[in-house]
Structure formats: structure tokens, C-alpha cells
Design a protein around this ligand. Structure first.
Ligand code: AMP
Length: 446
């Protein structure tokens, strides 16, 4: 199956070819076929599956065949980065024709452009679009094609009411497509009920709808870190020995700056992405990373959600993700569109059980590694069976005994201290025993 089998305008076929897309991905095949016939789509698709093309191609084809007098298509995205990213693909797919124009209505963007002369296809965030509608700046009366992308994320971000009122006003639409990483849960079902009419449900694999999927060509590794300084040592060692484009995930925006300055001191130059940046700073960070001026991007989950950044070889969990779904999402920033990728986790002592959970959830084994003179092997734990408990010999860490040795030494010191205390107290009354006896007597008397 290739794109020539769909009834698409020539310019669109040329642009698809220019993007290097030879064959439709499974989600594209399933969606394009039905959406071109005007059937609503409820799509559950993993990260990096080609979802944008799946809704943009039929959207453009339908609008090109029958242009609206006004805004003809509306694509809702949860964040401005995603809206810009989809607009960028859209602009590539629209090249070579002059009938349809595309634009964005997003927070931080210029208000004038779309207010004074709205484009035919709008990528918008619900908050800003809601403001435009309330103020009567634009009309969505003529919208024929409507896309709600990342619906689960919209719900997480509290956009339910905004999205529902935007949906309710689109009376003339003839095609609606709703996408979400998961199709389960009441919120998504409510969204689908309000917005879709007899939808075709598209899932890549039946029964695997609850989770995003790990990319296929992905290896997972973990290193044991005793604290923050060691995390930096491991990270800088790996960034030096495997100089591939990398995204480093940290848990809060405050941490982005800390890790960035620690790496800067070690002469790494990094782009950063977090919630406090202005629109222009974000754009500059993404451009610096995408165009290759900076090969390391330090980001929080919210800021990097859904971004399609090309040729990321490594994803580092500098801080472990809050749950397995976020781990999968982070991992999905690499190994995109069939390329190889590695996800590396820096794991602290209290996070080792979480690794087992991640392996069970993703079914992708995590290889535990040590680095000579940088970090020791994972300490073994009785709770960890099989591969997780596997211990690299101390010799292979090449250090001075590392974590294990340090703990053995501490244990020895504690025993010596106890023996000395016992010796010192010899012959003295045992107050603890006395107190216990007194409590027992009191209890018996009551
Ligand atoms: P998406 O899931 O839409 O963010 O797409 C993920 C990546 O897959 C992007 O880098 C796209 O350019 C790429 N892609 C989308 N469709 C195809 C295709 N049919 N063939 C090859 N790559 C594709």
C-alpha cells in the first residue's frame, strides 16, 4: 500500500513524497481511508506513529476539494508547541498551492494576524481560541473539518469545558477526528460522545489501548547513582563517550537550570525547555536543538510533551519519571519513525523497585550497567529477582569498591561502635530494660 492509492490532489502527493514518506504508517492507512469518505475517527495511537499525517492528509484533501467561506478546518492541540509543530507539518503539506492557508491561534502568539485575516486551517490551543470566540474576533461557523488531538492531555490540563464549548459551536462540520494516547476512561468517552458521530474506531492493536507503546528499536539502560553529583558525573561521562543528540529529562523547571549550569561548567552547551520560558525563548530553544546548534536539550515533561524532535539518539531520565506512562512518553522522543534509540535512567537507591515495574509495564528489559571509576554496580536486593538483581562484580566497576564497599565499611564501623558502648556500660543499670519492666507491671495492675 502506498499513498498513490488514495485519491489525493497532486500537490499533496508531491509534498508527501518530499517529506520522505514512502508508505502510510498503519495509523495513517486506517485513518486516511475512512476520513476521506467522511467518516468520523476515534483514534488511539502511540507516540511517533505518524498521527499528524493521519489527520492532516484527509483534512487538506477534503478542504481542497470544497473550500469554506472562512475558517474551514480547526485543529485543537493542548500546548502551543504542539500547535506550532502541527502547523509546521501542515505548511510543508500545503506547499505548491495557493487555495488554502494555515495559521495558529495560541497563547503568546500575535493576536492581529488571525483576527484580521483568518486562515483556512487553524491550529489552536483551547484557551486562546476560546478568548477569540468570546470576543467575537473570529467565526467558526464554516468549519467543516475538526480535529481534537491529544484529547487525554486536554483533559489532564483542565480544558474539558473549553473544548466542549468550542465543539458545540461547530454546527457545519462534516468530519471530526479525535485522537488520544488512551481511549479508555470516562473523560475520553464523554468527549467522543459530544464530538463524534458514529466514529470508526482506529487502534493499532486491539487490547493495547491503555498505554502508549515503546518504540520498536529502543534499548533501555540504567545506572546506579548515589546522589546528584554522581548523576552529573554519569551524565557527563555518557554525553562525552556517546556524543549523540540527546534529551535530558528532569522533574521540575527549577532543576533545568541547575543541571544546565552543572553541565556548562563541564563545557557542554545545552538548550533548555521549561514552562517559564517566553514564546520566543521556547522557539529559540527548539530551533537551536532541531537545527543542530545544540545537541543536548534539558527539558521538563510538560514542556517536551509530544514534541517531534528529529534524530534524538538518547533520552536520559536524569530524574526518574513519576510513572510508567511518562517513562514511555519520554522514551518515545527517541527511536522515532523506525530509527534506533536508547533510553537511559539514572536510578537512586529508593527507585530500584520502580525499575522492575517499568520492565513489567513496557516489556522492555532494562540493562543495568556500571562505569569504571564513575559509578558502581547496582546493589542487589532480595526483592529483586532475575535480571534486576544481577550484580556486576566489583572488579568490573574498576573503582575502589564503590557503593558495596562503602556500605560494608559503614556496617563494620556500626558494629564496633555498639561493642564499645556495651563495654562502657558494663555493670551500669540497664535503663531500657527497667523501663520495660515497669510498663509491664503497670499493665498487669490495670
Ligand atoms: P507524528 O506521530 O505525527 O509526530 O510523526 C512522527 C514522525 O514520523 C515524524 O518525524 C514524521 O515526519 C514521521 N512520519 C510520519 N509519517 C511517516 C511516513 N508515512 N513515513 C515515514 N515517516 C513518517
Amino acid at each position: 500500500m502506498d499513498f498513490s492509492e488514495f485519491l489525493l490532489p497532486d500537490f499533496l502527493k508531491d509534498n508527501i513524497r518530499a517529506l520522505g514518506w514512502e508508505k502510510p504508517t498503519p495509523i495513517q492507512y486506517l485513518c486516511i481511508k475512512d476520513a476521506l469518505l467522511g467518516k468520523d475517527i476515534l483514534g488511539g495511537s502511540p507516540t511517533g506513529s505518524g498521527k499528524s499525517g493521519a489527520f492532516l492528509i484527509p483534512l487538506i484533501a477534503r478542504l481542497f476539494a470544497k473550500k469554506s467561506q472562512g475558517i474551514g478546518a480547526l485543529i485543537l492541540e493542548p500546548t502551543r508547541e504542539l500547535a506550532l509543530q502541527v502547523e509546521a507539518v501542515l505548511l510543508k503539506l500545503l506547499q505548491g498551492q495557493s487555495l488554502l492557508r494555515a495559521g495558529t491561534i495560541i497563547g503568546g502568539g500575535s493576536r492581529e494576524v488571525e483576527r484580521d485575516d483568518p486562515s483556512d486551517i487553524i491550529c489552536a490551543t483551547p484557551g486562546r481560541l476560546g478568548e477569540y470566540l468570546k470576543k467575537g474576533w473570529i467565526s467558526t461557523d464554516e468549519v467543516q473539518v475538526y480535529v481534537i488531538d491529544e484529547a487525554d492531555r486536554m483533559l489532564d490540563m483542565g480544558f474539558k469545558d473549553e473544548v466542549n464549548s468550542i465543539t458545540a459551536a461547530l454546527k457545519k462540520r462534516s468530519l471530526t477526528m479525535l485522537f488520544s494516547a488512551t481511549l479508555e476512561g470516562r473523560g475520553i468517552r464523554d468527549f467522543a460522545e459530544v464530538s463524534l458521530h458514529n466514529p470508526v474506531e482506529v487502534r493499532l492493536t486491539a487490547g493495547e489501548e491503555t498505554a502508549e507503546k515503546m518504540p520498536e528499536n529502543l534499548s533501555a539502560r540504567a545506572y546506579y547513582a548515589a546522589g546528584e553529583p554522581q548523576k552529573i558525573r554519569i551524565l557527563s561521562h555518557l554525553l562525552t563517550t556517546v556524543p549523540e543528540r540527546a534529551i535530558v529529562f528532569v522533574k521540575q523547571k527549577e532543576k533545568v537550570g541547575k543541571v544546565e549550569s552543572a553541565l556548562r561548567r563541564l563545557r557542554f552547551s545545552c538548550a533548555t525547555l521549561h514552562g517559564d520560558l517566553s514564546m520566543n525563548e521556547r522557539k529559540a530553544a527548539i530551533r537551536n536543538f532541531t537545527e543542530g546548534n545544540k545537541s543536548i536539550l534539558i527539558a521538563t515533561d510538560v514542556a517536551a510533551r509530544g514534541l517531534d524532535l528529529p534524530q534524538v539518539g538518547y533520552v536520559y531520565n536524569y530524574d526518574m519519571p513519576p510513572n510508567a506512562a511518562v517513562y514511555v512518553h519520554r522514551a518515545g522522543r527517541t527511536a522515532r519513525a523506525g530509527q534506533k534509540g536508547v533510553v537511559v535512567s539514572l536510578v537512586m537507591g529508593n527507585e530500584m523497585e520502580f525499575l522492575t515495574k517499568l520492565e513489567n509495564y513496557t516489556k522492555v528489559p532494562i540493562e543495568k550497567r556500571a562505569i569504571a571509576n564513575v559509578c558502581a554496580a547496582f546493589p542487589s536486593s532480595s526483592k529483586e529477582g532475575g535480571s534486576l538483581g544481577k550484580r556486576v562484580s566489583r572488579a568490573s566497576t574498576g573503582g575502589h569498591g564503590g557503593f558495596d564497599k562503602k556500605h560494608e565499611d559503614k556496617d563494620k564501623a556500626r558494629k564496633i561502635k555498639l561493642r564499645l558502648r556495651d563495654k562502657k556500660n558494663k555493670g551500669k543499670p540497664d535503663f531500657a530494660a527497667k523501663r520495660a519492666k515497669k510498663a509491664l507491671r503497670k499493665q498487669n495492675a490495670e
